[in-house]
Structures are given as structure tokens and as C-alpha cells.
Design a protein around this ligand. Structure first.
Ligand code: GLA
Length: 648
């Protein structure tokens, strides 16, 4: 089932795009997962340490399939997480085409945890296969009612031959909420402020519902793992080149998500070029050999340059229409006490092989130098870190970034923002934003998630309140000059979050919005109720910031400035007899945020309106001025509507 067929099936099943609301939440026979391996591994990964890669030496339909090799046990193979796809107690139709490189019975197996906490393994179906012939596995299978941690994988009945799979599909009843497909796109709500993004791995993007949600709500996407050095570097290829300084790279793991972004015009945050973690040991060793000695700083420097050049070039060549608008050039070099990450050989113990080889932090500047040299013009270069609000670490990052800024090597600071409902308080967080803003650099919130480990259900009021605090903090910082250009959530749903036990995101695992989602969706509206928010050109109640023009309240960044607000379209119709500009309650000739505030104050009884003002405020014409009017005017201001209900 290749791309075109897949697309038409999806269209038939879901009637996607414009007709999203018709997509049934619980339709039977919904295509829940489809993998054709044309653009990457489609969410399938190694099971038990095998090598899993796409190949176009063989295929069922299309041009490529998934090739599983390096097996020393029959149970080793390729797996797919069942989270967000399969529900305990439901029956699904599983289909796949398989081929052995020898002669084997290839099997599809279900792994899950039962109600006693034990791992269980059940055969879903299998097919005999011999080299040169594709065989089909086709089975109807009911997932046991107590199953959690559901995983599907392919293995052989016995023997360890390499094998291939292609055109996998899982069909059944979707257990998804489609509510988010009818909500106002988050990216539109915030379009005058910053991009709204999420991180996603191929498996998270492998349900049609997640794709539709991402397309609707996000205009920035970060690949969860697939552009990290360990996903991009190729050891055998590097050794084959043989000059000890040129690593081979491949976008095999990243291609599926990059293509999705290119096709749907979603901008990408490149993540990440240099990191102490998720970088293979052999990259630091002589002859790219895991057992080799560590190379010299001079050799490493050449490898770093060649690596950055290759990755940036390859993406431009393969995805000419993709907007990779920024890169995390360097990730996580400082410790909480502000010292450089310790030199050592064990990244699992937080040690850095970069620090080991260089002996100091000069690899940071080198990486930025190479990124500046090879990145397409206009690509913004970021330093990214966590606990970035802890004062000692914050100041170390500030000092390093200041030096890079003086050399025009850096454009922004990425604040990962892996937070908890108990820590940090927003003052500390805001101080970090303000400190970085002093540098005049962009700031992006790059990996936002907020855990509440004491809330088994996930919809905790603490999580909701923490999101409200953080989004308000971000918006206030933006208003007072911090050049915040993206806010990115680390994942799509709680179900597949790396911190899933803390339910840290805005969306439940069934894709329904959480209360915290509503807070983020409504934050601008709520803030319009705060008098100080109304008019960015008036004196601020905040003390003026010490340095840098970017923090001057008199020079708010363009997006937040009142002067950009009249970007709202002019009203198509007005009541010329009475010359009414609906929504313009203040009577200054434009519909702006000030009108939203005035209506809101009237609704709250804090202001009384004259008859004329009342008429202009009643934009739905129901002869009442109420929250719906303020909401409509807000939507008009941010270009979500271009006329009011009374003008329909
Ligand atoms: C760090 C990295 C991310 C991701 C998270 C954990 O924050 O920057 O790429 O690995 O850890 O998922």
C-alpha cells in the first residue's frame, strides 16, 4: 500500500481536511496505523538490539521495505508501540507482508503487561516465507482486556535469518477524541506572538488523528530523536570513507517526519548538532571504531565541521521546500552549579566526551562557527539547555552566549523548560527570560512539559494552574520586550510523553484536550482582562529593565506592539446609515485589543457603556453585551474572523 493508496484510503475513512468534524471519533474499520517504509521506518524500531533500516533493494509495493538484521535470537525483530493505537479489550485487523532472507515462519507478536504486572507474549499471526517471495500475515485479534504497555513486534518462529516487512496496517475501532480538530488552531491564536510547536517521533505521528492535530494546531515541529547524532551518524559508512575525519550520515530515521513537515509546510526546529548524550562513542574514537583510542582535539574538530556540514547540506538537498528555521547547535553543556559538563567517557553518567577531548568549552564556539558557516542564510542558531532558570547555570549560559553574540555566532537561547508543578516558581523562570533577553537574543521555549507525579488521572488542577502561570509568564515577558519566538511542547499527548507518569502535556492519550490545553488556548483572552495588558504604549507598571533596548517597554517587539494590532481586516460591511464600526467600542476608529478590554470591563461591571458604545459592543446583535461579544472582538483582532455575527 503505497503513498497514493494510503492517502486515498485515509481520505475515504476520515474525510479529513476541510471536513474534519465529520471524522467519527469511534468509527469501526478505521485505518489506525499504516507503514509502507517509503520515507523512513514509520515508527518501527529495533526489538532486542537488531538493526532496523529501510532498504530499496527489495520491496512489496512501492520502492522500499524495512530490513531487519543483526539477529542472534529468534525473538529479535522490529517493534511498534501500541500506545494511542490499540485499546485493551478491542479487536483489530492486522495485515503485513513479510519475506525471509532464508526460509522461516515470520510472526507478529503482541507484548503487554497483564493486571499482575507480568509481561505476556501472544502470537497474533504468522506466515511461512522463503527468500524471493512475499507472504501475507492477516489476522483478526482481540487485545486482552487487562493489557497495558502494548507493543507489537515481528520475529521468526526459530532461526535468526534477516527478514523484511512491508505494507503493515492495523484497522479497527478508533478510541480517539476528535474535539481538537474543531478547536481554533493554537498557531492562529498565537500568530502575532510566536510559533507554537510540538516535538514528535515517527511513531507519535503515525496515527491520522495525531497528524491532523499537528497540522491544525502547530507551526513548528521538533523531531523527538531522529536528528540527534546517534540517529544520523552511520558507523559502517564512516569507516568505509576511511579518512578518519569524515563521518557518514543518513537521514533514514528522520525522513518520514521531515517529509511530513515539508508536505504540510510546518517549520522545523533542528535538534541537535552537538550533544554529550545520544552520540555514539565511536564518533569520538580513532577510525570510528568503538574500541579505538580517543582522537585528538584537532581530529575531532574536523569531524565536527564535516558532520555539521553534511547534515545541513543533506537536509537542504533532500528537502528543498522544508523550512528548518532554527537549529539547536549545542545542547546541555553546563551543570546546575554553572560549571562545564564534566569530562568523562560515560554519557549515561552525565559525562561529556566533548569536554574530555577538548579539555575546555571551546567545542561550543567551534560548533556555532561551523553551523554559521554551513547553515542556509537566515537559519537561527540556538544554545539549548534544561534547568536553565537555576541562577548559577543561567549566568553561565548567559556569559557563554554573550561571547558568542559578540562574535555574531548565536541567535537565540533555548529554554527547554521541563518543569514540575512544584518547581520552579515563575519568578525564577521569568528572571531567566529577562536575563537572556538582556542579550538581545531570541528566546524559545523548546521542550515545555510540566509534570504532576501525584495526579494519577492527569487532569490535575495543579497541572492546569502551572500551565496558566507559565503561559502568562511567557506572555508578560514577551510584552515587556523579551523576543520569545517559539513555544514548543515536548510531545503531543501524555500517553507517549517521555515523562508520561507525570501527565505533563496539554493533550490526553486519547487526543482529548486537557484543562491545561484550555488554559493555553484562552490565555490571551484572559490576559486581555488585565488592564495593564490593554495598551502597550502606556506607562508600564513594571519597573524598567536595566539594560538593552530589547527590554525597553517603550519599544515592544513588533508582534506585541499596538501598532500591529490593526492588522485585523477591515470590516467588509458597516452600517453606513449610522456609521457604526462594530467592535470599536472605544470609538478610536479601529478595532483593537483596547475594545476587548472595554467590553470585558463592562461585562464585569467595572465600566458602564453609553448607548452608542453598547451598540458597537453588541457584535452578535442579541441586545446584550456579554462575554461572547468580547470573544468575538478578540477573534477579530487576531484575524480569526473578518466580520461579526451581526454582519452575517
Ligand atoms: C533533553 C533533550 C531532548 C530529549 C529530552 C528527553 O531535554 O534535549 O532531546 O531527549 O531530553 O526526552
Amino acid at each position: 500500500m503505497k503513498m497514493q493508496k494510503f492517502a486515498s484510503l485515509l481520505t475515504a475513512v476520515f474525510m479529513m481536511n476541510s471536513a474534519v468534524s465529520v471524522m467519527p471519533a469511534n468509527a469501526e474499520n478505521t485505518l489506525l496505523h499504516s507503514a509502507d517504509f517509503e520515507n523512513g521506518t514509520d515508527g518501527w524500531a529495533s526489538f532486542g538490539g537488531t538493526s532496523v533500516a529501510t532498504t530499496n533493494n527489495e520491496h512489496h509495493e512501492g520502492n522500499s521495505c524495512l530490513y531487519i538484521s543483526g539477529r542472534s535470537e529468534n525473538w529479535q525483530g522490529a517493534s511498534l508501540s501500541g500506545e494511542s493505537i490499540l485499546t485493551a479489550g478491542k479487536t483489530y485487523q492486522f495485515n503485513a507482508w513479510v519475506q525471509s532472507s532464508g526460509s522461516d515462519n515470520i510472526q507478529m507478536t503482541l507484548k503487554y503487561t497483564d493486571s499482575s504486572g507480568n509481561d505476556q507474549y501472544k502470537g497474533i499471526g504468522g506466515a511461512d516465507s522463503a527468500k524471493g517471495t512475499w507472504s501475507e500475515i492477516s489476522a483478526n485479534y482481540e487485545i486482552p482486556s487487562d493489557a497495558t504497555n502494548i507493543l507489537i513486534y515481528f520475529q521468526t518462529a526459530d532461526g535468526t535469518n534477516d527478514f523484511m516487512i512491508d505494507d503493515v496496517s492495523i484497522t479497527g475501532e478508533a478510541n480517539w477524541s476528535t474535539e481538537l480538530l474543531d478547536r481554533t488552531p493554537l498557531k492562529d491564536i498565537y500568530k502575532n506572538y510566536f510559533k507554537i510547536g510540538c516535538a514528535a517521533t515517527p511513531s507519535e505521528l503515525n496515527t491520522s488523528i495525531s497528524q491532523e492535530i499537528v497540522k491544525r494546531h502547530f507551526n513548528s515541529l521538533t523531531l523527538g530523536n531522529e536528528l540527534k547524532p546517534d540517529a544520523v551518524l552511520n558507523q559502517a559508512g564512516s569507516q568505509a570513507i576511511g579518512d578518519n575525519v569524515t563521518p557518514a550520515i543518513s537521514l533514514d530515521n528522520a525522513r518520514y517526519v521531515l517529509k511530513f513537515c515539508e508536505d504540510n509546510q510546518i517549520s522545523v526546529r533542528g535538534h541537535v548538532l552537538l550533544w554529550y548524550s545520544q552520540t555514539p562513542d565511536w564518533f569520538f574514537k580513532e577510525n570510528f571504531d568503538s574500541n579505538g583510542a580517543y582522537v585528538s582535539k584537532e581530529i575531532m574538530s574536523q569531524r565536527l565541521e564535516n558532520y555539521i556540514k553534511a547534515v545541513l547540506n543533506q537536509i537542504s538537498v533532500e528537502f528543498p521546500d522544508l523550512d528548518v528555521y532554527c537549529w539547536d547547535v549545542v545542547n546541555e553543556c553546563y551543570l546546575d552549579d554553572g560549571s562545564l559538563r564534566v569530562a568523562g567517557t560515560n554519557p549515561n553518567n552525565e559525562e561529556s566526551q566533548w569536554s574530555l577531548i577538548y579539555g575546555d568549552n571551546s567545542y561550543i564556539e567551534e560548533a556555532f562557527t561551523y553551523a554559521r558557516k554551513y547553515a542556509p542564510e537566515g537559519t537561527k542558531l540556538f544554545y539549548n539547555d534544561f534547568n536553565e532558570y537555576i541562577p548559577a547555570k543561567r549566568d553561565a549560559i548567559y556569559n557563554m552566549a554573550k561571547e558568542l553574540k559578540d562574535k555574531n555566532l548565536i541567535d537565540g537561547i533555548g529554554m527547554q523548560s521541563h518543569l514540575d508543578v512544584g518547581y520552579p516558581d515563575t519568578d525564577l523562570y521569568r528572571q531567566a527570560i529577562d536575563k537572556y533577553a538582556e542579550l538581545g537574543l531570541e528566546i524559545q521555549i523548546t521542550e515545555l512539559d510540566i509534570t504532576d507525579y501525584n495526579s494519577p488521572q492527569g487532569n490535575s488542577y495543579k497541572n492546569e494552574a502551572a500551565y496558566e502561570d507559565i503561559i502568562y509568564t511567557i506572555l508578560w515577558a514577551k510584552k515587556y520586550g523579551a523576543n520569545i519566538t517559539s513555544v514548543v511542547f515536548w510531545g503531543i499527548t501524555d500517553g507517549t510523553s517521555w515523562r508520561k507518569d507525570g501527565y505533563p502535556l496539554l493533550i490526553n492519550s486519547d487526543y482529548s484536550p486537557k484543562p491545561s490545553y484550555n488554559k493555553v488556548e484562552n490565555a490571551l483572552m484572559e490576559l486581555s482582562w488585565v488592564p495593564e495588558w490593554t495598551d502597550p504604549t502606556t506607562e508600564t507598571t513594571e519597573p524598567p529593565q536595566e539594560t538593552s533596548e530589547t527590554t525597553e517597554p517603550t519599544e515592544p517587539s513588533q508582534e506585541t506592539s499596538e501598532t500591529t494590532e490593526p492588522t485585523a481586516p477591515t470590516q467588509e460591511t458597516s452600517n453606513s446609515a449610522k456609521d457604526i464600526i462594530y467592535g470599536d467600542v472605544t470609538g478610536d476608529g479601529v478595532v483593537s485589543i483596547g475594545d476587548v478590554v472595554m467590553i470585558t470591563r463592562a461585562v464585569l461591571g467595572k465600566e458602564s457603556l453609553s448607548d452608542d458604545e453598547y451598540e458597537r459592543a453588541d457584535v452578535d446583535g442579541n441586545e446584550k453585551v456579554e462575554p461572547a461579544d468580547s470573544l468575538n472582538v478578540m477573534k477579530y483582532v487576531v484575524n480569526l474572523i473578518n466580520k461579526f455575527p451581526i454582519q452575517e
